[in-house]
Ligand binder design. Sequence first.
Ligand SMILES: NC(=[NH2+])NCCC[C@H](N)C(=O)O
Ligand SMILES: [Mn+2]
Ligand SMILES: [Mn+2]
Length: 306
Amino acid sequence: MSRDIHLIGAPMDYGADRRGVDMGTSAIRYAGLAAALEDAGNTCIDLGDLPIPRAEERDPDAEQPSAGNAKFLREVKDVSTQVADSVDATLEDGAFPLILGGDHSIAIGSMAGSARNADLGAIWFDAHADLNTPETSPSGNVHGMPLAAVLGRGEFADYEWAYAPRVREESIAYVGLRSIDDQERELVRESEMTAFTMSDIDERDITAVVEDALEVATAGTDGIHVSLDLDWLDPKEAPGVGTPVRGGVTYREAHSALELVSQRDAADDILRSMDVVEVNPILDEQNETAKLAAELTASAFGKRIL
Ligand SMILES: NC(=[NH2+])NCCC[C@H](N)C(=O)O
Ligand SMILES: [Mn+2]
Ligand SMILES: [Mn+2]
């Protein structure tokens, strides 16, 4: 499926503890993303980076969301709203929104925007479940909460900029989970989401797991969002991430997964939006994680070996 892709940069790092993930948007561009997408038969227009508020310049009197222990929620709200508006405008133009992070909190805006006028499924390629609420989060970092936010869990139910009612739990599939906080584990178990862990990939192989994930996300929805957190891969392949976890997918498994997404898209036009997050150039080695992010994204948009 050849697409008119609009790149939307969200150089956000307020959702994570390790600074530097805001430079991920430049690093992924520098790694040749736009050219790789065009080589794969798409057109690509870069809309540039959204302006990120400076926390130092906060108006102390301005109203802010109450936050539990969620850090920088005011900045997250600002960025989420901008991302959602930009995603929605891109879809209205008939183009495909590809959002570059930034930390994973930007997925709140990606999904909220993509689900404004559609029932949206999602595949979450990640080591982490990102389902903490401000009440359960051990860190207070919003990059560990985006799914709770769009599902309107906990205090997110009151935030219209976060809660996306057209995203239903039963249409979300995790692929590659291996690091879940204690309270979060209960949330995942009790949810209607489908969770494929690394153990499932070991047992059944990546192809079978991704095919099942595609079924979950496409059944009864108008399209799917793909969220690619680079810490999904093993840190040996993707060292430039803030929360690395051993035992992730290999380089080939990752390509194979995204090739499957693109094959299914070619057949059934399933893809609606995608984000690529958590590339941290400060922690990277010679930009290799950003290069991997660009390559994997090209695989999702039709790049093939032959
Ligand atoms: N998108 C990410 N890298 N998320 C990591 C989350 C880590 C941990 N579960 C937390 O809530 O803080
Ligand atoms: Mn994540
Ligand atoms: Mn992660």
